[in-house]
Design a protein around this ligand. Structure first.
Ligand code: AQP
Length: 333
């Protein structure tokens, strides 16, 4: 059975984008893969964050994953900072990865913005930590969006250089499991920007904790244009907001966007937005209630995470200890 690793940052309440683009795909994978799912709090502190809310957000993210169907009894679900193997291997990888490789990472350029000199060093070496997350488990499959493909190539470069430098065949090759571009959900305020849990505008996103009225209101207020829906996909080419709403209905109902258009061609956004809001509410409200039920007993969520961390550490400890031995560290006896 192939081992899958995937992570999500507790950098806010998970959004519809996180759900459609990542979390939803994690559930069926549990049937035929050994799945390791991680709330990556170490990654979350590479960007501005609030220490007062990080722990709560981490628990909320875990509850959201469980509410979406990620079953802690059928996978290994845990918090990254609870398993020290990640940072130990990340340090070794900081010394394996070349600065030239990191300089090519487009996500750093995007996230650091113009003031690159002032960006945290953690943001710069983020891909090395991500490589460690995966290699610490000898995972061979990683579900990623198109935007993360570059980081996976780097993880393979690091694994190969480690193997070469130490004359071993230790870290396996990682295969990306690329999720369709259709699953990319854009901001409700700007169809050219991806929906993000850390976007300053709450109106830009649907949070998995939004109640039915809030979901409906956000959809009604979503930016659109004045044209009715076209009958062909080509008619959406210069209309990113319209394309986003069509893509959202397609993703939530499991249809192809072209079929959504055929069904709703000629409709204005007043009617279409009502259909979309109803579909989203029907899909998300059971998740929202389950999340509330789980968060009413935070100790139970924490206990599930502790069990997950024990299981994760049992896999990662021997692998990372072996890597340290290959590097030549004196073992602690
Ligand atoms: N808008 C999106 N559409 C589809 N998939 C998305 N993902 C994120 N946004 C969308 C996918 O969610 C997974 C977890 O992402 P992450 O938390 O590790 O970081 P991210 O991609 O940076 O997500 P956010 O929501 O935009 O977080 P912030 O605001 O903290 O940067 C990934 O698989 C990602 O592809």
């Amino acid at each position: 059975m192939q081992r899958v690793f995937s992570g999500i940052q507790p950098s806010g309440i998970p959004t519809l984008g996180n759900y459609l683009g990542a979390i939803r795909n994690w559930v069926p994978m549990m049937a035929d893969h050994d799945c390791i799912y991680c709330v990556v709090d170490l990654h979350a502190i590479t960007q501005p964050f609030d220490p007062k809310t990080l722990a709560t957000q981490t628990r909320e993210m875990a509850a959201a994953l469980i509410a979406c169907g990620v079953d802690p009894d059928r996978c290994t679900l845990f918090v990254q900072s609870h398993v020290h193997a990640h940072t130990r291997l990340a340090w070794i990888f900081n010394c394996v990865a070349r600065i030239g490789w990191l300089n090519r990472m487009t996500q750093f350029k995007d996230k650091a913005g113009k003031d690159r000199e002032n960006a945290g060093a953690g943001l710069y070496v983020y891909p090395n930590l991500m490589a460690a997350d995966i290699h610490a488990y000898h995972a061979t499959r990683v579900p990623v969006g198109e935007d993360q493909k570059q980081h996976l190539e780097l993880a393979n470069d690091i694994g190969e250089k480690f193997n070469h430098d130490y004359g071993v065949d230790f870290f396996p090759h990682i295969e990306p499991m690329i999720q369709g571009v259709a699953a990319r959900v854009m901001s409700l305020r700007d169809g050219t920007k991806k929906m993000s849990k850390s976007d300053p505008s709450d109106q830009s996103r649907i949070n998995l904790t939004d109640d039915s009225d809030t979901v409906a209101l956000k959809i009604r207020r979503a930016k659109t244009d004045a044209e009715p829906l076209p009958s062909e996909m080509a008619g959406l080419d210069a209309r990113p907001e319209a394309r986003n709403l069509v893509g959202m209905l397609a993703a939530i109902t499991g249809q192809a966007p072209a079929d959504v258009l055929r069904e709703h061609a000629g409709q204005g956004f007043g009617t279409f937005k009502n259909t979309l809001a109803d579909a989203l509410v029907a899909h998300l409200s059971p998740i929202q209630s389950e999340m509330q039920r789980l968060l009413a007993d935070p100790a139970a969520v924490d206990a599930a995470l502790r069990k997950g961390a024990d299981r994760a550490a049992a896999i990662a400890e021997p692998i990372v200890t072996k890597a340290e031995e290959l590097v030549g560290f004196l073992p602690r006896r």
